[in-house]
Ligand binder design. Sequence first.
Ligand code: LLP
Length: 396
Amino acid sequence: MFNNNTIQRFNDTETPFYYYDMGVLRNTLDACRDASSKYGFHVHYAMKANFNPKVIDMIQSFGFGADCVSGNEVKAAVEHGFDKGKVVFAGVGKSDKEINLALDADIFCFNVESVQELEIINELAKAKNKVAGIAIRINPNVDAHTHHFITTGLDENKFGINAWQLNDVAETLRKCHNLKFLGIHFHIGSQITDMEVYRNLCTRINEMQDWFEDHGFAIKILNTGGGLGVDYYNPDTNGLADFESYFKVFSKFLNVKPGQEVHFELGRAMVAQSASLISRVLYVKNGQKKNFLILDAGMTELMRPMLYQAYHSIQNLSQESRIKNQDKSEIEHSKSEIKYDVVGPICESTDCFRKDVDLPQSYRGDLIAIRTAGAYGEVMASNYNLRDQVQSVYSE
Ligand code: LLP
């Protein structure tokens, strides 16, 4: 991802910024498209993971659909050329304004998360003399074996409709003539790398579709949600998401009937590897117990470590280029590593990317790359402490 020319370019650029390697993005999207099209699966990109305009333009150009969680995401998807027939809209708290916007945009499907929401979409669609395509988001009570904060498919989570409420759903659907029932939707959590979890999800989906069909509802769409994880410990080639194994599990264990379509909503797996957050060391502070590398990027640019104790690999790029230009004895010397707490400038103690990171001796001005930051990075940035908006730089 970083050759001498790139590092030279970084030296001349104001930090912090997100660096997007468009080649990595293209390779990832190719891999995703190849692996899914083998089975005729439909992939919607989860816009929430990253809506950098260049990134979504490239994703759109591959023909993927869009998975949105707000009216503004629906609007952005349409404006960026996503086919409205491939736009789905999820979220536990869709406002009337957002529902109306999506109805006006004639999107493919609302993923509905409560009985009350069904009634409201029906009412708003009726007022416009329209029929809204809907899928029922079911909470499958499947443990995603991922970080507690990013699991969504357990009974205790606010998302989806629990199985014991399905009779109410069926009754409501029979009454609502401005809704077109398309199928069922699931999403059990994020950063899932254990394929066994998806196998369990397939079992649950099969049971649920039997329930609907037994109650007289034909299912056209099985939407399995997203969640495929990446390897944050191997930010380069090895870290690419395992699309092959992922889609294979569904092709093997999902009971797909003739005429049915299988849909996915992937976010992280499509974009995570393509970006790094690049920052500079402002100060090196050597304490008695701790050494701190104080960066010019913090939780305002990348929140994941502080919010979910997420791991991101950290690299001193300046040191790597110094090594390339040194003689052998110096290389040995500079290889000795020091433990640093890598922290940001924000006035919060939680503003720490990671503690006790082994890095070569580092200096003021060194360029630091925080890797695998393409998903839920730039989109979750804030201007807390009245920080500047983080900039983006793209590979040529
Ligand atoms: N579909 C639904 C309904 C979702 O809620 C999500 C993500 C996705 C699809 C896409 O999931 P993915 O393939 O990206 O795992 N900010 C957290 C992740 C939150 C995920 C929210 N929902 C993080 O930085 O880890």
